[in-house]
Design a protein around this ligand. Structure first.
Ligand code: HEC
Ligand code: HEC
Length: 299
């Protein structure tokens, strides 16, 4: 009897261990990532992806010094975006474009460990291979910064990275994008930027007790994960009076149609969207304007 119980428990543990393993989506040498990427295009992906907002060294005026270390608060502990400068020791200087693709698309490190979803790979997972290759080429042109970020302080539940594997089974669809395509090129470009690269829903939605976005609140607003107020609803429920042009202008200058300015973390987002070509801001605006109205969830 005891032996059967031990065998059963052993099988459950082994199965759990197996299903929670981190499996990189791409193998080294994958032809999609071969060849030199276009760093000029990669710079736009970097701006659209808001990478510097989390990875730039805090207090450092040069936002291209990606030494990491900012404190990202959340109900699951404090996370510190790491050094992603091309420093070979403390940054990602030894990484290949495939390693970057596995991090962004799979949330998996070169050591085959899971990343915490405080790194928004839940959105980046829909990125195209060309964009990742170009982003890699751009990252490798940035200054090398030495020094590592302080360690994360995850809450007890996520102290063990392997547990993120169970979270991913429940809430992560590798390689899939939430983009609702219409066939119209400007709208669909906007869909890709909003849902994937610029990850607007990561802030403008409410989350469940496990920290995953509740699908019926996507873009309808939610409590700021850092605990500093409420991020507004950006569906037509709240933005009905904004025109596409109003949205595109705000993404360039920060100015809102009621003669105010966006603040807090949105001001950081605007520093980056201001660097995009008009065509991309217009595309984002078109997709946002097409989001169906959803009621603002109660905090
Ligand atoms: C909301 C904040 C945030 C944004 C935006 C963000 N990251 Fe990160 N990133 C993180 C955090 C937090 C981690 C650490 C995850 C972990 O250790 O599990 C991380 C980890 C990484 C890693 C793994 C580094 C290593 O040493 O293992 C890479 C590479 C990376 N990010 C690249 C990017 C790129 C490129 C962008 C823009 C497209 C980006 N990140 C945008 C928060 C962010
Ligand atoms: C890092 C979190 C974050 C991300 C990512 C983000 N936003 Fe925001 N956004 C905010 C916050 C916070 C505010 C409220 C700013 C304020 O209080 O002035 C805001 C405000 C806005 C507003 C003004 C709403 C109003 O009622 O005044 C719009 C429109 C908007 N965001 C659109 C976007 C779009 C489009 C994207 C993606 C390109 C995006 N946001 C990405 C956090 C974010």
């Amino acid at each position: 009897m005891a032996l059967v119980a031990i065998l059963c428990a052993g099988t459950v543990v082994a199965a759990g261990w197996y299903i929670s393993a981190a499996r990189p989506p791409f193998s080294q040498g994958d032809p999609q990532f071969k060849g030199a990427g276009d760093a000029v295009h990669g710079q736009l992906i970097f701006a659209a992806g808001d990478c510097a907002s989390c990875h730039a060294t805090p207090g450092e005026p040069d936002r291209l010094r990606l030494g990491g270390g900012m404190a990202l608060g959340s109900p699951f502990g404090t996370f510190r975006p790491p050094n992603i400068s091309p420093d070979p020791v403390d940054g990602i200087g030894r990484w290949t474009a495939v390693d970057l693709a596995n991090a962004l698309v799979g949330g998996v490190s070169p050591e085959h460990e899971h990343y915490y979803p405080a790194f928004p790979y839940t959105s980046f997972t829909g990125m195209t291979a060309v964009d990742i290759r170009d982003l890699y080429a751009y990252l490798m042109t940035l200054p090398k910064v030495s020094g590592r970020a302080p360690p994360h302080h995850p809450s007890i539940l996520f102290r063990i990275r392997r547990f993120v594997g169970f979270w991913k089974l429940l809430f992560f669809c590798e390689g899939q994008s939430e983009a609702r395509l219409s066939g119209e090129p400007i709208h669909d470009r906007g869909a890709y930027l909003v849902e994937t690269v610029s990850h607007c829903a990561e802030c403008h939605s409410s989350r469940n007790v496990f920290g995953a976005i509740k699908p019926d609140t996507r873009f309808a607003g939610g409590v700021d994960p850092q605990g500093t107020g409420f991020v507004p609803n950006i569906t037509q429920q709240n933005l009905g009076k904004w025109t596409e042009r109003d949205i595109a202008t705000m993404l360039k200058t920060g100015d809102t149609p009621d003669h105010g300015r966006v603040g807090s973390s949105m001001a950081d987002v605007v520093t980056n969207t201001a660097m995009l070509p008009d065509s991309d801001r217009n595309a984002i605006a078109r997709y946002i304007k097409a989001l169906p109205a959803l009621p603002t969830p109660r905090p």
